[in-house]
Design a protein around this ligand. Structure first.
Ligand SMILES: [Zn+2]
Length: 294
């Protein structure tokens, strides 16, 4: 199932918003960063819609996100991949992981589960499924590490910084981590540039890449945009939608946030072309406002 990039050094990046609402400034920054990094490597930039949780989604958001990206000059390559069309692939991956003894049913309630799950149900058998249960993935590695392109080496230790995590929820919905990794492998993603709020997902995804015999991408976690009260901008926190009417200013502001030069250009295309030529990931300012785990 692994799809190998065509050229040895090919770069394939992606932007994968969840359609809980239209893009706000924080998600625009993540899109601009991954777009510029891909384009400056003459790479592909793919769009994937993370539509796995209908209760949290807005039916109009996918079309709004697509329109916002186009109005901001952020044009992706190929077809949009909707995760809701990939359920059979996630099921196939769970089959493989089950055969390899990496999954177990977990009957713990969400409120009793600490953020780092210590494997309470690890000895439960997949044969005994009489109670409502989620399915968890077991991380075998005592520690995992990456060399983040911006943050340098980061290490995570089993049970301290990372624990077994859910791949299929009690309500039958696919959880985020497995779907991301199955699709990253399928699309041959070589580089992930995303907000540092997702950094705690990285070791979980690394363990899944290994278990599914996929090649993990290079990672680069960029700072997240914080609201005036210090919290991360999010759709849940009613962050303001970026208006396509002020697309040029929005791109300028995103480039400022990312520490990038933008001396030329009065249209989004001119700005993005000039920013692609001068893109320097090392100029992105250091992490702000999230707790670092090393
Ligand atoms: Zn449990």
């Amino acid at each position: 199932m692994t799809k190998v990039p065509e050229a040895k050094d090919a770069y394939i990046g992606r932007f994968a918003p969840s359609p809980s609402g239209p893009l706000h400034f924080g998600s625009l920054v993540a899109a601009v960063a991954s777009y510029l990094d891909a384009r400056s490597h003459q790479g592909s930039w793919l769009l994937r819609i993370d539509d796995l949780d209908p209760a949290r989604e807005s039916s109009t958001a996918p079309a709004e996100i697509v329109d916002q990206l186009l109005q901001h000059g952020l044009v992706w390559d190929g077809d949009i991949l909707f995760q809701s069309s990939r359920l059979a692939n996630y099921q196939q991956a769970r089959k493989q992981l089950t055969a390899d003894n990496r999954l177990y049913p977990c009957t713990c309630s969400r409120k009793d589960t600490p953020r780092i799950y210590a494997g309470h149900c690890l000895t439960n058998s997949l044969q005994d499924l009489s109670q409502p249960h989620a399915i968890r993935f077991h991380i075998k590695e005592p520690k995992l590490e990456i060399h983040d392109r911006l943050l340098g080496p980061i290490k995570w230790r089993q049970q301290l910084d990372m624990g077994d995590f859910i791949v299929l929820r009690k309500d039958g919905l696919n959880a985020y981590q497995l779907a991301v990794v199955v699709d990253d492998i399928y699309q041959g993603i070589t580089d992930v540039l995303r907000g540092a709020d997702l950094i705690h997902s990285t070791p979980l995804q690394l363990s899944l890449f290994k278990a599914l015999n996929g090649t993990p991408p290079r990672y680069c976690h960029v700072p997240v945009v914080l609201a005036a009260d210090g919290r991360k901008l999010s759709k849940q926190a009613f962050a303001e939608t970026v208006s396509s009417k002020s697309a040029v200013d929005n791109i300028r502001n995103a480039l400022d946030f990312l520490g990038q030069k933008h001396t030329k250009g009065h249209s989004v295309n001119e700005l993005l072309e000039s920013a692609t030529r001068s893109w320097n990931v090392q100029a992105v300012p250091p992490l702000r406002g999230i707790s670092e785990k090393t």
